[in-house]
Write a protein of this length. Structure first.
Length: 394
């Protein structure tokens, strides 16, 4: 069996909204439908009926994103009912997982044209109530928030595996001797790079604002923040810790999607591709050190692509926490850190869980297209201890 080349023809995303902010009034299935529709509208030569599948990542799925949000997006976007959709969940890596799964289907000949992406509305994530073991219990019942993190945890899980995500970031900071000042400086740079990228119009080609919502750019970017302002924030997880709300990614709402094709699909779109998918890798790590999950995944993905850090043009690394990102960079001494998140990262842009991986892949593709050639990486750490990486080239 021959393996087909897989191309990214286009990539779009919504502006990323803050928790309770401009996009909090929009259902996640509508956010997903919006980016799907935008991709189709931007490829007027493509007959939508030729789309073989729509794959979407979604980390929650407990609210309005239930019942296969990918299929809901297909229907709400007005695509032909013959177009199927499937939803995947690899927590923070869900959007990138969707891209990888769609690319794999195309590479193996199971599809020629696919849309892959991700969505999350952390604002609209519901509280859930477990069913009682027997009907009509007399005592109080507990509601669980599904916005982020562990809930309804299996008691058989070792306690060190189920600590809050921020405490995990503190562990990484201690492991690598990462100071509060280093974390705050990393966060400040994320905001500065994101603001500069927006000011230069670098996101104009990929961000598609949601109709009827007054949000033209990512809502969490703080142009005026400073080291002094960040230093004034209290630690969020440990009294003597260094992880704060200022050097962590926020809670967010948003969606992203990419149009993937083989050679035949490329002709059907009449478009020049942004980039080609080269290789991917997924790995596992101790859950309490989940932030270091990308370290080995990146090494494996680069090895599969026959590439090294020296070959990279750009690298989009999801900034779950500054400590986590700096911990990964410490374990990649041969990587030029100036290549990482040149247009800002999740600390400034935001981290809508199921959408982030698709946002990263799309951003890498657009950056490679702007450069004209090169090799790019997208990678994320994943809660419960995993790492995911994708190599693109042009």
């Amino acid at each position: 069996m021959s393996i087909r080349d897989v191309y990214i023809v286009d990539a779009v995303r919504t502006p990323i909204g803050k928790f309770g902010g401009a996009l909090s009034s929009v259902r996640p299935d509508d956010l997903a439908a919006h980016v799907v529709r935008a991709l189709v509208d931007r490829a007027p030569e493509l007959d939508p009926a030729r789309i073989d599948d729509v794959v979407f990542g979604d980390a929650n799925g407990a609210g309005e994103d239930n019942r296969d949000v990918a299929r809901m997006a297909v229907l709400l976007a007005g695509l032909p009912v013959s177009v199927p959709g499937v939803t995947v969940n690899r927590l923070c890596g869900s959007g990138l997982e969707a891209v990888i799964q769609a690319a794999r289907a195309i590479a193996l000949g199971d599809a020629s044209i696919a849309i892959a992406g991700g969505v999350e509305s952390m604002s609209r994530a519901p509280w859930v109530l477990q069913k009682p073991e027997r009907a009509f219990p007399a005592g109080h019942q507990q509601l669980h928030s599904t916005t982020l993190g562990w809930r309804m945890t299996n008691p058989r899980m070792p306690a060190e595996w189920t600590i809050p995500l921020g405490e995990s970031a503190e562990l990484v900071a201690r492991k690598h001797g990462i100071t509060r000042a280093q974390q705050d400086a990393f966060a400040l740079a994320s905001h500065q790079k994101a603001a500069e990228a927006w000011d230069k119009g670098l996101y104009d080609g990929e961000v598609v604002p949601y109709d009827g919502v007054d949000l033209a750019r990512d809502e969490c970017i703080r142009d005026s923040t400073s080291m002094e302002a960040l230093a004034g924030l209290k630690p969020s997880f440990c009294a003597d810790g260094a992880v704060t709300a200022g050097n962590s990614s926020p809670l967010n709402d948003g969606a992203a999607a990419l149009l993937l094709v083989d050679e035949e699909g490329l002709r059907a779109t009449g478009r020049e591709p942004l980039a080609r998918i080269r290789a991917s890798a997924v790995t596992g790590i101790e859950p309490q050190l989940f932030g270091l999950g990308p370290v080995e995944a990146v090494h494996r993905a680069l090895a599969k692509a026959g590439a090294s850090f020296a070959d990279l043009t750009t690298f989009e690394l999801n900034e779950a926490f500054a400590a986590q990102s700096l911990g990964c960079l410490a374990e990649w001494p041969e990587l030029d850190p100036s290549l990482v998140n040149p247009r800002g990262g999740a600390i400034a842009i935001g981290h809508p869980l199921g959408a982030s991986g698709a946002r990263l892949a799309g951003s890498v593709a657009h950056q490679l297209a702007a450069a004209g050639s090169g090799t790019g990486l997208a990678a994320l750490c994943i809660g419960v201890g995993q790492g995911l990486a994708l190599v693109l080239e042009r």
